[in-house]
Design a protein around this ligand. Structure first.
Ligand code: NAD
Length: 296
């Protein structure tokens, strides 16, 4: 049993903390939202009244927060983790944030004598609840080895992606590819349908041909061929277009900083931004099909 502080108990953090409790860890939980904290208490966490209280006896501190600015504040603020965690505590941030903030927080942690990892996840709320998340981890091998048994209580695949920030880099590069393949898949289904093929016929052909991708075979944006896909429930998420847009923006930010050419990533970001502008970004990201079809 490890004493774990868990900060950020939202859609993802709540079920992740609950899985740590199921794995017999002692979890001290904190969130600014009272409702989130109450749910964590019901799941067996000890509810803390502040970050300071949550981290004071913890051997491991996990955070699952919305964006880079929240992560920086939670770690580096006067009432934050760096100032109040126990000497030698292992710090793990699983939020999806910009690579730059991840790297600077890990560097600051090291200066303060802590080992810290960036460990963003994929698998969504379903994966968080089922304990089947994929973790993409950046940081030292020693810290990764220490974190692995903890992360295994919440995830199925735990990858070491390399040094600090490499977890975030893997996450946004993967999600940029997902965003692009989804739009390409929408365009192909729309074209095939306009040319007279029904979605199922095109799926039967393309899913066994060279146009095949996860976006098509696991998450088909045209209703019908993949019964579990959000396209069959009016694009109720799943993974919302707003969240995809967040990751696309992070990818573009990182691409500019690294001078990496990502022309399709830029175009994909612009298309998900149109969903936001139309007030439809709470739809699943595969709802970009509606934009392509002209019925958003
Ligand atoms: P969420 O908005 O549901 O939860 C975030 C929680 O953080 C909220 O409960 C909020 O009150 C809390 N919070 C914010 N600032 C805080 C602070 N200073 N101290 C304590 N608590 C604070 O978001 P989510 O869906 O759980 O996502 C969390 C992270 O995981 C994000 O970075 C997101 O991009 C990433 N992510 C989400 C999904 C998904 O499908 N939802 C999938 C993969 C990754």
């Amino acid at each position: 049993m490890t004493a774990i502080a868990f900060i950020g108990l939202g859609n993802m953090g709540g079920p992740m903390a609950a899985n740590l409790v199921k794995a017999m860890h002692a979890v001290a939980a904190f969130d600014l939202s009272r409702e989130a904290l109450a749910r964590a208490r019901e799941a067996g966490c000890a509810a803390a009244s502040s970050i300071v209280e949550a981290v004071k006896d913890a051997d491991v501190v996990m955070t699952m927060l919305p964006a880079g600015k929240h992560v920086r504040a939670a770690y580096a603020g006067d009432d934050g983790v760096f100032a109040h965690a126990r000497k030698g505590a292992l710090l793990i941030d699983s939020s999806t944030i910009d690579v730059e903030t991840a790297r600077s927080c890990i560097a600051e942690a090291r200066k303060r004598g802590f080992d810290m990892l960036d460990a963003p996840v994929s698998g969504g709320v379903g994966g968080a609840a089922a304990g089947t998340l994929t973790f993409m981890v950046g940081g030292s091998v020693e810290a990764f080895d220490r974190a692995k048994p903890i992360l295994q209580a919440m995830g199925k695949n735990i990858f070491h992606a390399g040094g600090p920030g490499n977890g975030q880099a893997a996450k946004i590069a993967n999600n940029m590819l997902l965003g692009i393949t989804m739009i390409g898949t929408c365009e192909a289904f729309n074209l095939a349908e306009r040319l007279g093929l029904d979605a199922q016929t095109f799926f039967n052909i393309a899913s066994t041909a060279s146009g095949q991708s996860w976006s098509m075979t696991s998450y088909c944006p045209a209703p019908g061929p993949v019964p579990t896909a959000p396209s069959n429930r009016e694009y109720k998420p799943g993974f919302s277009a707003a969240m995809m847009l967040k990751d696309m923006r992070l990818a573009q930010e990182a691409a500019h900083a690294a001078k990496a050419a990502t022309p399709l990533g830029a175009q994909a970001e612009a298309l998900y931004a149109l969903m936001e502008a139309a007030g439809k970004d709470s739809l699943d990201f595969s709802g970009v099909m509606k934009l392509i079809r002209g019925d958003l």
